[in-house]
Ligand binder design. Structure first.
Ligand code: GYE
Length: 365
């Protein structure tokens, strides 16, 4: 098109043949035509320039953000996941599950942020996800309180938020789209009911708590507290937080032993703190599972082996394999459906009466 214009209007013969007028008019006409011709050339040059810059912009943008799909390629769904940290085996299994579920092969780009056990870092991570314009935000909240401001920002930006694993406490349920995780209060009640059925009092209980204010800590502590209320011969002899961390569980148990506290039950709010407590007991020639009843939560492979070995008496399941569950929720949202607001994972418990090698090897964590 551009070349045709050029040819037509710069051809003097065409101009001469059309206009047989006085020389004045001829000059006037040819000036007009020259002007028109210049304009058209200018226009065509602008068109050329625009095309070049469009091409350049396209090339530059495809270099700067390789994650963007090229025409014909399926666009990746971008998910920003704010993870609590790596405090336990449970947490690490959870991270792997999320990474596997949100792989590139599955059509996702996962931006994983490890908050290293700090709520401020989770809040910063969420703000970064908002600035990056991710498609979905997934949050495993370290504690229950303190999310309203940042989740309002996500809502204003129109980004759906899926809460996973732990629960948040908010007056506005519209601040998140949906939640999936465990009923940790139920887990605590399961443990307390098991103690009522299987142990004879008096019970002197050492209670190792998870990080204070997290929903698994709150739920599992409530379950025990209700058991304490129901049973006059249960005594709480020590209670402190080991933040779900093995080394801290061990330190707390050493403190109990150093102080000479009399106890016959350890209620550890996760497997890693139970491992730490068991190490401390063994170092003092106390036989775990026999001299002391040990109760734990999570039911990871290593802990279940301890149940089979008789060193751990009860392990209440808490399933960390949330990746496929969160992905299923996002798939529903992506196809315009409204998922259930709350999805609770079914969980069981393991003790010497129901556990086998086969069960351990068939489990995914
Ligand atoms: O029990 C513990 C982890 O939030 C349910 O966090 C999870 C808990 C789990 O560190 O091991």
């Amino acid at each position: 098109m551009r070349q045709n214009y050029k040819f037509h209007f710069t051809d003097g013969k065409v101009t001469g043949r059309i206009f047989h007028l006085t020389s004045y008019f001829k000059r006037l006409t040819s000036s007009i035509i020259r002007l028109t011709s210049k304009n058209l050339r200018l226009t065509s040059n602008i068109t050329l320039l625009t095309s070049y810059s469009l091409l350049l912009t396209f090339l530059l943008s495809s270099c700067a953000s390789p994650q963007k799909a090229v025409p014909g390629e399926k666009e990746l769904i971008v998910v920003g996941f704010s993870q609590v940290g790596s405090e336990s085996d449970w947490r690490n299994a959870n991270t792997v599950s999320m990474e596997e579920a949100f792989s590139t092969e599955n059509g996702y780009r996962l931006i994983l942020d490890d908050a290293q056990q700090k709520q401020e870092r989770q809040i910063t991570a969420i703000r970064n996800f908002i600035n990056q314009g991710v498609d979905y935000i997934v949050l495993a909240p370290i504690t229950m309180e303190g999310w309203d401001t940042v989740l309002t920002e996500a809502k204003t930006a129109g980004i759906p938020v899926i809460i996973v694993d732990r629960m948040i406490d908010t007056d506005d349920p519209d601040l998140f789209t949906c939640w999936v995780g465990s009923d940790t209060h139920r887990e605590g009640s399961t443990a307390a009911e098991w103690m009522e059925k299987n142990l004879t009092g008096p019970l002197n209980i050492v209670h190792l708590q998870g990080n204070i204010g997290s929903s698994p800590q709150v739920g599992r502590t409530e379950g025990l507290d209700e058991g304490l209320e129901r049973n006059a011969d249960w005594n709480l002899v020590f209670r402190a937080s080991g933040d779900f961390v093995q080394a801290k569980g061990q330190e707390l148990m050493e403190e109990v032993l150093r102080k000479g506290i009399d106890f016959n039950v350890i209620y550890a709010e996760n497997d890693n703190m139970a491992y730490g407590a068991i190490d401390a007991l063994k170092a003092h020639d106390i036989v775990p599972g026999k001299d002391v009843t040990i109760i734990s939560f999570d039911a990871a492979h290593d802990a279940l082996k301890l149940v089979l070995a008789g060193e751990l008496n009860l392990d209440v399941e808490c399933n960390p394999l949330h990746g496929p569950r969160v992905r299923a929720l996002i798939e529903q949202l992506h196809s315009g459906k409204t998922p259930e607001k709350f999805t609770y994972v079914d969980e069981v418990y393991f003790d010497a009466s129901n556990l086998t090698e086969h069960i351990i090897s068939s489990r995914g964590y």
